[in-house]
Design a protein around this ligand. Sequence first.
Ligand code: UD1
Ligand code: CA
Length: 458
Amino acid sequence: MTTPVNVAVLAAGLGKRMHSALPKVLHPLAGRPVVAYVIDAARSLSPRAVVVVVGHGADAVRQALAASDISFALQDPPRGTGDATRIALAALPADGVTLVTIGDIPLVPPEALARVVAGAREGRLALLTAKVPDPRGLGRIVRDAAGRVRAIVEERDADDAQRGIDEINTGVMAAPTALMKRWVNALAPDNAQGEYYVTDIVAAAVAEGVPVVAELAADEREVRGINDRAQLVAVERIVQERRAAALLRDGVLIVDPARVDIRGPLTCGRDVRIDVGCVLEGDVRLGDGVTIGPYCVLRNVTVGAGTAIEPYSYLVDSAVGEQCRIGPYARLRPGATLADEVHVGNFVEVKASTLGRGAKANHLAYIGDTTVGSGVNYGAGSITANYDGANKHRTVIGDHASIGSNCVLVAPVTVGEHATIGAGSVIAQDAPAGALTVARSRQVTVQGWQRPVKPSKE
Ligand code: UD1
Ligand code: CA
């Protein structure tokens, strides 16, 4: 049997450089908290236990990450990564090997974690290191003349020669749990920041003659830490590039991979085309042949095959059927459910309503809390008056009804099947099926009326 693995994720730090009320590790990266990526990578090790050390914004972090396979340990106050590791170890099983990772390196690949764990299983202290073009602010890997790792020196404690080292500590290490525990308990905060540094266990291992192995990350971009907003958005670009590349590989036409943002699970059928400037958030499902025009925002939306979402449309918590045409400039609010072949045109807003097959609302309209039958034509400028200032009421429009332009349907109200509502009507009572209902004042012509004339200037 292989040695069991425990994982400690350090996520208690202040994240001062974010200048944010939100704990640093909860900042969203492609729609998910930064630390969630690290936890997913840790899960790939099939660990026996995962403990997340929380402190700053502890409740928010606990809530965001709550899962049956994760426990939390509180570090208060934050006294450094060594102190956080000590607290984690106290909450983890005492045997096996323990992998410690900082919580702010979201792209760390599972393969790299596995290499570090393998080193620990051989009784060594294993580190994940990286060669970086700009090592500023990071812990440097100090090696002896024979190339053996001797210590990690933090930027603030480094001398000029050490500052020139381009191999850095990524913040991932693993060792047999018993050894790690002993080293961590013996840490002292004698450094420039007066903190307990987990990185000091390297020198402790060297002093005891325990071999230290440095596993070099294949790509330094994958182990970038997130400490400030600039680093956050830089890593966001990497994630977005990867997602766009994966979609292109799967046959989705991303018109410009640098101009799309996908912030949640996206599933696409064949021959989907997504134009520039789109933001797809949450769970988005696009059927075969769906096209999304430029600058659309879709959040938790399902779109049926063959449907075109025209430019500048904004769809949230909605379901659109097949062969529909939405937009340009359409707004689908939560609870909009559209059957097949529905047209929702420019400046049309739909909320908590169902539209039957082939229903059309092509221009400047509001449909709220309404059941719209199939084949309904809903005229330009018409609205449902669904709110009386206190309560919302429903409107029901029967199949094949025709609502003229500029009507107000004052809910609760029902328009029967095949009914026609004349333009400009205010419908406050039910309109019967099959008949024309008009509710507007009659047109009059005033004979002999004189248009006023301006007095002459002289
Ligand atoms: C740390 C490493 C540095 C490494 C760098 C890689 C130390 C001393 N330094 O520096 O060698 O190059 O990461 O990005 O380990 N945390 C706690 N409790 C604390 C302090 C921090 O849980 O008391 C957590 C933070 O939430 C964060 C992680 O540990 O997720 C790293 O802390 P941070 O302050 O960002 O360390 P760095 O200065 O980046
Ligand atoms: Ca950091």
